[in-house]
Design a protein around this ligand. Structure first.
Ligand code: G6Q
Length: 555
C-alpha cells in the first residue's frame, strides 16, 4: 500500500515553507522582483497563464515539483493516456483523451484499439448534422428541424449546454438549442410551450439510459409529440439517442440507426467529446465540433510532454494543492470575463467536485488531509456587483481564476475595454489591497471630514493578499474552448494524483440515484400506512406531512 502523501517528508517541508511565506504580503513579493510577471507566467497552446499573483516563489515551485515527483505524476499521466485501468473502483480506463486523439494513433483498451470505433461514431455524426442543416432530415410532417432539445442530466447535460452556450456565435442560423435536465415538470413544460412539435428534434442523452430524471423527461416529451402529431410513427423522425446502452434505447422505441454510441470508459463529466457532444455538433456544425476536439488534443499533447514546471495544468493543479492543503483555503472562485463562458463555473463544479470530492485513497485508506475545494463563480462584471465584497474584505483566503478574452465575439464600441479594464483592475486590487496609510491619504485627498475619516477608516481598508491566476486568450473560438476545458480536466487529474484519490468514480452520485428510487414507492403508496420502508424520524415526518397535504391520508 502506498504511503499517504501527508506522511511524506516533502509534505512536512511544504508545511514549514508555508509558515515562512504566510507572513509575506503578495505586494512585497512584487516589490522584491521586478521580473515577477516574466518569471511566473507561461504561454502554451494559445493561452497565457499569469500565476505571479500567487503566494509562491521559485523555492515553492521546486518543492511542489518534488511533491509531483514523489506522487509519480508523470507515470500517472502516462497510464491515463495509454488506456490503463486507472479508474480502479469501476475497473475501467478513463479515456476521454482518446475521443479527441486527432493524431489517430492506436490506443489499446484490453488489447483492442479504440480509435476505429471512435472514428466510426464521428463519421456517423457528420452526415446526421449535415442532414439536419440542409433540411434533408425532416420532421414527420416534412418540415425542416428548427429546435434541438437535449434531454439529459449531470455529465449528459452540463458539458454540452456549457459549450453550446459558449459557442452561440457559431450556431447554425436556423437552429435554436434547449437543454432539459431537471425532473421538475417546470423545466420541460416551460420549454415545450415555446416549441413547434413539427420542427423539434429531441436528443435523449444518457450513458446508462436508466437515469430517472432523463427517462421521465424523455417519456413526457414523447407523449407530448405523439399527442401533437397524432401518430406513434412520428417518434422516429423526432427522437435520437446518445448512450452506451443499445438494448435500453431500443426498448424506449428509438431505432438503433438513430443512436450514437459511446463507451463505459468515458466518464459522464468527461463525455462532451463523445457523442454526448451531439447537440454541440448540430448547433455549431461538425467542422467546428472537430476544432473543439483539436483544441483539446493540443492541450493533451502539452500536458503529456511539457516538463512539470512548464506544464500549464500541472502548475495550476499544484498551486491548488498548495492553497488547499497548506494555506487551508476551502473554496475557489472562477471568474470568466467573457460572457460566453457564463456556464463554465457550473461545468467546473461538476468536473472538480465530482472528481475530487473523495475521502479515501485509491487503495481505500482513510485520508487525513482535505481534498476538494468548493468551486463557485459567475461572469466577472456581474460578480463584481454581488459577491466580490467577500473577496475584498471578508476573512477567507479565496484563490481566484480570472479568464479573459482579448476580443469579444461581438463588437460594440467601448464594451471590451470596459471588460478588460475591470478584470485587470480587480485582480490587481485583490492582490495589492489598500493599507491604512494609503486609505487615510485617499480619504484625505477626497476631502473627507477628519471625524468621519477616522470613523470610516477601518471599514475602507483592503487587506489585499488575495491570490489569483489570470488566463488570457485572443477570442473564444471552438479551439480555444477545447483547450480551456482540457486544461481544467488535466488540472483536476494532477490534484487527484497529489492526493492519491481516484477522480473517475462518483459513488455519491450513484447513492443519490439509489436512495431516490428506494423512496419513490413510499411516496406513491396511497395506502394509509405511511411507509413501505422505515426511514429516519425526520424523513418519515416529512413524508407524512407531504402525503397529508397531497390528500393521500385523511388529515
Ligand atoms: C458524471 C456522473 C453523472 C452522470 C449523470 C447522468 O460524471 O456520472 O453526473 O453524468 O448522473 O447519467 P446518465 O448519463 O447515465 O444518464
Amino acid at each position: 500500500m502506498d504511503t499517504i502523501v501527508s506522511h511524506t517528508h516533502i509534505w512536512t517541508t511544504l508545511q514549514n515553507h508555508q509558515k515562512y511565506l504566510a507572513s509575506v504580503h503578495l505586494r512585497d513579493l512584487f516589490a522584491l522582483d521586478s521580473q515577477r510577471f516574466e518569471n511566473f507566467s507561461l504561454e502554451a497552446c494559445g493561452l497565457l497563464l499569469d500565476y505571479s499573483k500567487n503566494h509562491l516563489t521559485t523555492n515553492t515551485l521546486s518543492l511542489l515539483q518534488e511533491l509531483a515527483i514523489k506522487t509519480k505524476l508523470k507515470n500517472w499521466i502516462h497510464q491515463e493516456f495509454s488506456g490503463e485501468t486507472i479508474n480502479n473502483t469501476e475497473q475501467r480506463a478513463a479515456l476521454h483523451t482518446a475521443l479527441r486523439n486527432r493524431s489517430n494513433q492506436a490506443i489499446l483498451v484490453d488489447g483492442k484499439d479504440v480509435m476505429p470505433a471512435i472514428n466510426a461514431v464521428l463519421e456517423k455524426i457528420r452526415p446526421f448534422v449535415d442532414s439536419v442543416h440542409s433540411g434533408n432530415w425532416q420532421g414527420y410532417t416534412g418540415k425542416k428541424i428548427e429546435s434541438i432539445v437535449n434531454i439529459g442530466i449531470g455529465g449528459s447535460d452540463l458539458g454540452p449546454s456549457m459549450v453550446a452556450r459558449a459557442l452561440k456565435a457559431y450556431h447554425h442560423p436556423r437552429l435554436k438549442s434547449y437543454f432539459v435536465s431537471n425532473v421538475d415538470a417546470i423545466h420541460l413544460g416551460e420549454i415545450l410551450q415555446d416549441l413547434d412539435p413539427e420542427t423539434t428534434l429531441f436528443i435523449i442523452a444518457s450513458k446508462t439510459f436508466t437515469t430517472q430524471e432523463t427517462l421521465l423527461n424523455a417519456n413526457s416529451a414523447r407523449k407530448w409529440l405523439v399527442e401533437k402529431l397524432g401518430d406513434d410513427k412520428a417518434v422516429a423522425k423526432h427522437f435520437v439517442a446518445v448512450s452506451t446502452a443499445t438494448k435500453k434505447v431500443i426498448q424506449f422505441g428509438i431505432d438503433p440507426s438513430h443512436m450514437f454510441e459511446f463507451w463505459d470508459w468515458v466518464g459522464g463529466r468527461y463525455s462532451l467529446w463523445s457523442a454526448i457532444g451531439l447537440p454541440i455538433a448540430v448547433m455549431v456544425g461538425m467542422d467546428n465540433f472537430e476544432k473543439l476536439l483539436e483544441g483539446a488534443h493540443e492541450m493533451d499533447q502539452h500536458f503529456k510532454t511539457a516538463p512539470l514546471l512548464e506544464n500549464m495544468p500541472v502548475l495550476m493543479g499544484l498551486i491548488d494543492v498548495w492553497y488547499n492543503n497548506f494555506f487551508g483555503s476551502t473554496t475557489q472562485v472562477v471568474l470568466p470575463y467573457d460572457y460566453s463562458l457564463s456556464l463554465f463555473p457550473a461545468h467546473l463544479q461538476q468536473l472538480v467536485m465530482e472528481s475530487l470530492g473523495k475521502r479515501v485513497t485509491r487503495e481505500g485508506q482513510q485520508i487525513d488531509y482535505s481534498t476538494c475545494p468548493i468551486i463557485w463563480g459567475a461572469p466577472g462584471n456581474n460578480g463584481q456587483h454581488a459577491f466580490y465584497q467577500l473577496l475584498h474584505q471578508g476573512t477567507r483566503l479565496i484563490p481566484a481564476d480570472f479568464l479573459i478574452a482579448i476580443e469579444s465575439q461581438y463588437d460594440f464600441p467601448g464594451h471590451q475595454d470596459a471588460v478588460l479594464s475591470n478584470a485587470l483592475a480587480q485582480s490587481h486590487a485583490l492582490m495589492m489591497g489598500r493599507n491604512t496609510e494609503e486609505t487615510r491619504k485617499a480619504l484625505t485627498d477626497a476631502g473627507l471630514d477628519i471625524q468621519l475619516l477616522e470613523q470610516q477608516l477601518p471599514h475602507r481598508v483592503f487587506k489585499g493578499n488575495q491570490p489569483s491566476n489570470t488566463l488570457v486568450y485572443q477570442k473564444l473560438t471552438p479551439e480555444i474552448l477545447g483547450k480551456l476545458i482540457a486544461l481544467y480536466e488535466h488540472k483536476v487529474f494532477v490534484q487527484s494524483v497529489c492526493w492519491g484519490i481516484n477522480p473517475f468514480d462518483q459513488w455519491g452520485v450513484e447513492l443519490g440515484k439509489q436512495v431516490a428510487s428506494d423512496l419513490l414507492p413510499t411516496l406513491q403508496n396511497t395506502q394509509t400506512s405511511v411507509t413501505t420502508k422505515v426511514h429516519d424520524a425526520s424523513t418519515e415526518g416529512l413524508l407524512r406531512y407531504i402525503k397529508n397535504k397531497r390528500n393521500y391520508l385523511p388529515s
